[in-house]
Write a protein that binds this ligand. Structure first.
Ligand SMILES: Nc1cc(-c2cccs2)n[nH]1
Length: 246
């Protein structure tokens, strides 16, 4: 997978050189290219923003530097690829990023992340690239950041770890929170007793069916307590199971 990131703070993405993603980069599983938007602002002060049309507080990012940066990335994209690169702009006004979306985006061969700052990017940038290819505005949650960099790092980590070969044991990706629509069951390890707190005996029983049942029940119970909206109506006990005899 190729990942391009456009930002005025390229240093944020040094984080992607660390740990799992750093290794994936070294192994050629992920090709990360970070672009400084200011390299595409050619006035004396490398200006990337200006006052909002119509007045109001703050600054809006100018369209010209974005146009030059994104045109350069699209022109450099693999012409033999099945699809156009997907351009993702983190935005509090976007569709919410979920594990389902992470799985979907992990199938893409080329993602471009456009990190906005200030009060956002001139709307004509979104309009221009939506007319030419694929653009998605994506939110990582209902709260406001100063810019798209932190959101991009979160999404890149969630997506890249699903790219085949990045995580050593793919098994570990299966029983994760949200993979089956439920929150993950609680985890334990040694010692069996710690400050008079015991590992649940079923986990030491060796009875794999009982362990699996206990974990499923714990997932449903934790989800019901913390995120009831993730449960199906049946799991919430609002309808009889379909197979139940009348
Ligand atoms: N979910 C989310 C995204 C943001 C951004 C703020 C500025 C650019 S992107 N805040 N919250």
């Amino acid at each position: 997978m190729r990942l391009d990131v456009v930002t005025i703070f390229p240093g944020y993405f040094d984080a992607l050189e660390l740990s799992l993603l750093g290794k994936a980069k070294q192994r050629g599983l992920i090709d990360v290219r970070v672009h400084d938007l200011r390299d595409h602002a050619h006035d004396k002060h490398r200006t990337v923003d200006d006052t909002p049309a119509g007045g109001g507080a703050g600054m809006v990012m100018k369209p010209e530097p974005w146009g030059e940066a994104l045109d350069g990335i699209l022109a450099d994209a693999d012409p033999a690829a099945d699809t156009e690169p997907l351009i993702i702009f983190p935005s509090p006004a976007g569709e919410v990023f979920t594990q389902r979306m992470a799985r979907e985006l992990a199938e893409e061969s080329h993602l471009v992340f456009g990190c906005g700052r200030y009060e956002g990017i001139d709307q004509r940038v979104f309009d221009e690239y939506a007319a030419r290819g694929r653009v998605r505005l994506v939110s990582i949650g209902d709260y406001i950041l100063n810019g798209g960099e932190v959101a991009t790092i979160a999404m890149v980590e969630a997506i890249a770890r699903l790219v085949p070969g990045v995580v050593g044991n793919p098994e570990s990706l299966v029983e994760e929170s949200h993979e089956d629509g439920l929150l993950e069951y609680p985890s334990y390890t040694k010692p069996a007793s710690w400050r008079s707190r015991e590992v649940p005996p079923v986990l030491l029983s060796g009875n794999h069916a009982a362990i699996a049942a206990w974990r499923q029940e714990q997932s449903v119970e934790r989800t019901r307590r913390v995120r009831p909206e993730l449960l199906t109506r049946e799991q919430r006990g609002e309808t009889r199971p379909r197979h139940a005899a009348e």
